[in-house]
Write a protein that binds this ligand. Structure first.
Ligand SMILES: C[S@@+](CC[C@H](N)C(=O)[O-])C[C@H]1O[C@@H](n2cnc3c(N)ncnc32)[C@H](O)[C@@H]1O
Length: 249
């Protein structure tokens, strides 16, 4: 559905039909998806750039390959950047392996954010990333697919404890806080209840707690289009996601 919002060609008829139902409730969903990718781009450029100097990324919930994948964004700034991509959807992983994996530069791994210990033990991730050095941990548009029963705060704390000081966390999270038409949003969330991916939108206070043990960078946890916007950033009249970038001191 996300790929369809972004104008991609990798979807089934059932995905497109469900996406159209969401768009009927939330007509700005397409622009919101585009702004999410733009936020990701700004954050990865910032991390890979001279100020942060991050040379390796762990992108969990990578999604289907799309224009300007994380390794392309990072390598435009730091040509030596390495990326480990993770997703729990076998279709996403097989597309990713075909389109993103490059020996010594990018690996694509099937894994589940709900099992952070398993991810940290994964031999392909461990062979590709050096956990004694800072990592850019990307949890963009993925944590709201992790329900409370999977204890997302524990997931975050396991990952935080595993990465070296100087690592960064990049996170966006869907929220009802920022949506004025709550009824339409609730109906859109119900569309996902009939899919294989249940949405767990969370309020700002809950999302803030995912940053426990991290130091949030300016401008803090903000609607994603307001995170260090550039002239091309769309001034969305609404936003459905909080976004933040933080460093591990
Ligand atoms: C909306 S896409 C986001 C893609 C990309 N991060 C972005 O922001 O453009 C969410 C992706 O997260 C994946 N995902 C959902 N739950 C996951 C989990 N528990 N572990 C790993 N990946 C997950 C989905 O399969 C999907 O590919």
């Amino acid at each position: 559905m996300y790929d369809y919002y972004l104008g991609g060609l990798t979807s089934f008829a059932v995905d497109r039909a469900a996406a159209e139902r969401v768009l009927a409730y939330l007509p700005y969903q397409r622009r919101s998806a585009e702004e999410n990718r733009r936020f990701l781009g700004r954050a990865v450029e910032f991390l890979a750039g001279p100020q942060c100097g991050v040379g390796q990324f762990l992108d969990i919930g990578m999604g289907l390959p799309t224009a300007r994948s994380v390794h392309e964004i990072a390598r435009a700034v730091n040509p030596a950047a390495r990326v480990a991509y993770v997703d729990n959807d076998p279709l996403v992983v097989s597309h990713g392996k075909a389109m993103l994996a490059e020996p010594g530069r990018s690996v694509v791994v099937e894994g589940d954010l709900r099992d952070p210990d398993g991810l940290l033990r994964d031999p392909d991730i461990r062979a590709h990333l050096d956990f004694s050095r800072p990592v850019g941990l990307l949890l963009v548009n993925v944590l709201h697919w992790v329900g409370d029963s999977a204890d997302p705060r524990r997931v975050l704390s396991v990952l935080r404890d595993a990465v070296a000081p100087g690592s960064y966390l990049v996170l966006t999270h869907m929220s009802m806080d920022l949506i004025s038409n709550k009824d339409a949003a609730a109906r859109a969330v119900r569309v996902y209840e009939h899919s294989n991916a249940r949405l767990s939108p969370r309020g700002r206070r809950q999302v803030m707690r995912f940053f426990d043990g991290w130091e949030l960078l300016s401008p803090g946890l903000v609607p994603k289009h307001q995170w260090r916007p550039r002239p091309e950033t769309s001034p969305l009249p609404f936003d459905a996601s909080w976004a933040g970038v933080a460093v591990k001191a």
